[in-house]
Design a protein around this ligand. Structure first.
Ligand code: TYD
Length: 202
């Protein structure tokens, strides 16, 4: 089973991933936890280039291709071998992030981004995608030091959110859409229930 987590910035994705991991460990369920871009030596090096604020002149197409390159390595080095061994994979962001951020945020178009990524993912699509459904708030950045994506203006993140909703409408059966509750434990319980219903976890 290949499970991905998606959402806009500041929706509590990291917290939910941590709570899911705690649940799986407590119940003795083995899983592989990875994140995008990254999780292989080469993909982490590509991540540095993508997120480096010094790279101000990077074109949107270069950015999309770099995310795809990082993904191509992760698919071949980690995801495919793990799935062949029957492992459960929990991945923090994947293809839908590229469609939402580069396709809609950068306005390259969803179809262009999907075409590029067809080479990268080589047929490897998530079985279930958990989408934390919260519209971007203007104050999500707080005090954090923005990377090259995070320093984009608010309208970029509004397009990203719209992009996610458009993608979900295209393949509703793959997505579990969760509106984060104020209580992070309630949200986590909800996610776990939904993943159990899909047979992704026990
Ligand atoms: P990260 O610090 O991992 O962000 P988050 O905690 O929000 O997941 O940085 C990844 C950034 O890259 C994030 O801003 C989303 C962006 N991104 C894309 O623009 N396209 C992609 O394909 C992926 C995987 C991430």
């Amino acid at each position: 089973m290949f499970v991905t987590f998606e959402g806009s910035e500041g929706v509590g994705k990291s917290t939910q991933l941590r709570l899911l991991k705690e649940y799986l460990e407590k119940t003795g369920q083995d899983a592989l936890y990875i994140r995008e871009p990254g999780s292989t030596d080469i993909s982490e090096q590509i991540r540095e280039v993508i997120l480096d604020k010094k790279n101000k002149t990077m074109s949107s197409m270069t950015e999309a291709l770099l995310y795809a390159a990082s993904r191509a390595q992760l698919v071949r080095e980690v995801i495919k071998p793990a799935l062949e061994n029957g492992k459960l994979i929990i991945c923090d962001r994947y293809l839908d992030s590229s469609v939402a951020y580069q396709g809609y945020g950068r306005m390259l178009g969803a179809d262009t981004v999907k075409r590029i990524n067809a080479f990268a993912i080589d047929g490897c699509m998530p079985d279930v995608t958990v989408f934390l459904d919260l519209a971007p708030k203007s104050n999500w950045r707080g005090d954090r030091k923005a990377d090259r994506i995070e320093e984009q203006p608010d309208d970029f993140f509004e397009r990203v959110y719209e992009g996610y909703l458009a993608e979900i409408a295209l393949s509703p059966s793959r997505f579990v859409c969760i509106k984060p509750d104020f209580d992070k434990y309630a949200t986590s319980k909800h996610i776990i229930e939904e993943l159990k219903n899909r047979g992704a976890i026990k």
